[in-house]
Design a binder for this molecule. Structure first.
Ligand code: NAP
Length: 290
């Protein structure tokens, strides 16, 4: 795709930013839809974040994604937040309006739920109790998405550091309809009793990290098991879930879905999470070519 002088601009701000898969993802959509636009990596050190946000409208950008370590630090520089960003206290998508004001959204919530809808469409009616592992940024998005529907009675939260789970519950409980309960990290097997949905939002199972302390025998065939970790594509948790006959949900689909609202706002098209794009990202993660 050749970029002209009229190209629409967006990018991803992070520090470092070189690991981000977003330029590949958005670049593929731009090319696929023949859009005169560009999506670029923006390496922004923390002390320059305020200037970088002011620079978006100054340079005619439609907006940007924000990633580690800026997702929370960016809040004071924004004109408004959507409900998800407000509840979670973190932003991953910036939209510049026609007056030059910069608005913040959290599309991880949308991405989490859209991937669950794709892989297990009946999840809301099939889940009376859910167990979420972790209490970091990804957990906040997942719990907000599960809890705002009102269909899940109880969401149990197990985190290695119990204080973090309690703080998460205190800040998210007013924003969700489900009952949030902290459970003991050392007793995941008891916490799994009666749980129809298991969500891993910890970094356990990711390349370079230890696996989760769960095996096929701890899971059951009627469950849905969702792992947000997508490197490797099939984690030990998802393998164990397959062995137990449970339905599985891969984290890579969430990565694609969370990118869609930003692309739509900046470039005017709601992009398809196509099989070709999925294959491209899978090959990228596996270090192979398609
Ligand atoms: P984070 O805020 O740093 O939280 C990390 C979580 O992992 C915390 O709950 C932490 O527990 C737990 N943890 C780390 N090491 C552990 C260990 N050795 N034993 C037990 N628990 C451990 O990170 P995040 O942003 O939430 O991301 C978490 C994971 O989700 C990452 O793998 C990330 O790639 C993935 N993710 C995927 C998507 C997607 O689109 N699929 C989106 C966002 C994130 P403590 O509180 O005790 O430290």
């Amino acid at each position: 795709m050749i970029v002209t002088g009229k190209a629409m601009l967006a990018g991803v701000m992070g520090w470092p930013v070189g690991h981000s898969r977003s330029p590949r993802l958005h670049g593929w959509w731009l090319q696929n839809y023949g859009i005169d636009g560009a999506y670029v990596p923006l390496a922004v050190p923390p002390e320059r974040l305020k200037a970088a946000i002011a620079g978006l409208p100054a340079m005619g950008f439609k907006g940007a994604n924000v990633t580690i370590p800026h997702k929370e630090a960016v809040l004071p520089f924004l004109a408004s937040l959507d409900a998800a960003a407000e509840a979670i206290g973190a932003v991953n998508t910036l939209i510049v309006d026609e007056t030059g004001a910069v608005h913040g959204r959290n599309t991880d919530v949308y991405g989490f739920a859209a991937q669950l809808d794709d892989a297990a469409p009946d999840w809301a009616t099939a889940t009376r109790a859910a167990l979420v592992l972790g209490a970091g940024g990804a957990a906040r998005g997942a719990i907000f998405a599960l809890g705002e529907t009102g269909s899940i009675g109880e969401i149990r939260i197990a985190n290695r550091t119990p204080e973090r789970a309690k703080a998460l519950i205190a800040s998210l409980a007013p924003h969700v309809k489900s009952t949030l309960v902290a459970v003991d990290w050392k007793d995941l097997k008891s916490a799994l009793k009666g749980a129809d949905l298991l969500v891993n939002t910890t970094s356990l199972g990711m390349v370079g990290h230890p696996p989760l302390p769960l095996a096929a025998g701890d899971l059951h065939g009627g469950m849905i098991v969702y792992d947000l970790v997508y490197v490797p594509l099939e984690t030990a948790l998802l393998r164990a879930a397959h062995q137990a006959g449970a339905r599985t949900v891969e984290g890579l689909g969430m990565l694609i879905h969370q990118a869609r609202p930003g692309f739509h706002a900046w470039f005017g098209i709601d992009p398809e999470p196509s099989p070709t794009l999925l294959a491209l990202l899978k090959a990228d993660i596996n270090g192979t070519k398609v």
